[in-house]
Design a protein around this ligand. Structure first.
Ligand SMILES: Nc1nc2c(ncn2[C@@H]2O[C@H](COP(=O)(O)OP(=O)(O)O)[C@@H](O)[C@H]2O)c(=O)[nH]1
Ligand SMILES: [Mg+2]
Length: 327
């Protein structure tokens, strides 16, 4: 993995690492593994938001390994834990790559539909993704299908201007699926490589809004065969177990193909990534580790676990000076 990406990931996980890895070392270091320590370790896992079920499963595995005589000390237990967490994150499809370059048959444009509840970071993440694709010399078009709030279109527009990418927006108060329709046509006409569709925040219980989302998807499928190629659910990691519930509920209501977890930088709840992977089988594509345009790291299970349990790493790079856009 690139050094820069690793240091970004490490920096983003600082809070989680400090409270999680720091506490693990403090309670487990130089001790023998007994029931007291197992209880203590379980508490730390739950506190890092790995979820009660996942934490129990991990502790049971530790207890079994101890019974078999495979682990005897606290330090061995932590090493065992690390390998089990890595296993959980690696299970199933685990491919950070999203985009036309990642596909064998690269029909274009590659359509990415971005969904999630309000305020989780959809629009910001779209800007980060657009920036990434541009750096790969790909031509990007954005579709502002969040017609619900006037500020939402404006926010995406500001990012588009900064990045110099084309944005398709609808008429005031227009239908989101009409914007999707225009955006697909424009992306085809311009020979775009990637089309990213922003959508309004919604809850899985808001049936009219979920129906609207499926309409947007259907329009994309009609205009561009096999689109959307990727439907990304954005989750705010700092909401902990709420993010796990959102993942379960959203994936039950629409076809989601991958996840992006945002705001890992501001939280000690980084363990939620493990809980989500354990609860639903979807791959985590990227993680958001800040508010600036390049604060998006491809999800790499090994690097993530290393960063969580604190391994050797290159020095952190200085923070970017770019200002985030708020609305
Ligand atoms: N710290 C941090 N803030 C983020 C991240 N991603 C988004 N945000 C902030 O979260 C807020 C809501 O983001 P926005 O993209 O408007 O969310 P949306 O409603 O889902 O489109 C904004 O203030 C963003 O700057 C992240 O990875 N880290
Ligand atoms: Mg938005």
């Amino acid at each position: 993995m690139l050094r820069k990406a690793f240091s970004k990931l490490r920096k983003g996980l600082t809070k989680t690492r400090e409270s999680f890895a720091g506490a693990l070392r403090a309670v487990a270091g130089g001790r023998s593994l007994d029931d007291d320590l197992l209880r203590e370790l379980k508490r730390r896992l739950v506190e890092a938001d790995m979820g009660v079920e996942t934490s129990l499963r991990l502790v049971d595995a530790m207890r079994d390994a101890a019974k078999r005589g495979e682990i005897k000390t606290g330090d061995e237990a932590v090493a065992f834990l690390k390998s089990r967490v890595l296993e959980t994150l690696r299970s199933g499809e685990d491919n950070a790559a999203v985009g036309p370059r990642a596909r064998a048959s690269s029909e274009t444009p590659y359509v990415v539909l971005v969904v999630g509840v309000n305020g989780v970071g959809k629009t910001t993440t779209i800007a980060k993704l657009a920036n990434r694709y541009q750096q790969e010399q790909l031509r990007v078009v954005l579709g502002a299908c969040d017609t619900f709030r006037a500020g939402a279109v404006r926010q995406l527009e500001i990012w588009a201007q900064r990045l110099g990418v084309e944005i398709i927006r609808g008429k005031e108060g227009g239908d989101p699926d009409a914007v999707a329709f225009d955006a697909c046509d424009a992306a085809v006409a311009r020979g775009a490589d990637v089309l990213i569709l922003d959508t309004a925040g919604r809850l899985h219980t808001q049936e009219p809004l979920m129906r609207q989302l499926r309409k947007i998807r259907d329009v994309a499928t009609k205009r561009i065969a096999s689109a959307p190629h990727e439907t990304l659910l954005i989750l705010d990691a700092s909401t902990g177990q709420n993010a796990v519930r959102q993942a379960e509920q959203f994936t039950g209501a629409v076809d989601v193909s991958g996840l992006i977890l945002t705001k890992l930088d501001g939280t000690a709840r980084g363990g939620v990534v493990v809980a989500i992977r354990d609860a639903i089988g979807l791959p985590v594509r990227f993680i958001g580790v800040g508010e600036t345009i390049d604060d998006l790291a491809p999800f790499d299970a090994e690097a993530f676990v290393d960063a969580l349990f604190e391994a050797e790493s290159p020095a952190a790079k200085p923070a970017s000076r770019q200002e985030p856009i708020r609305n």
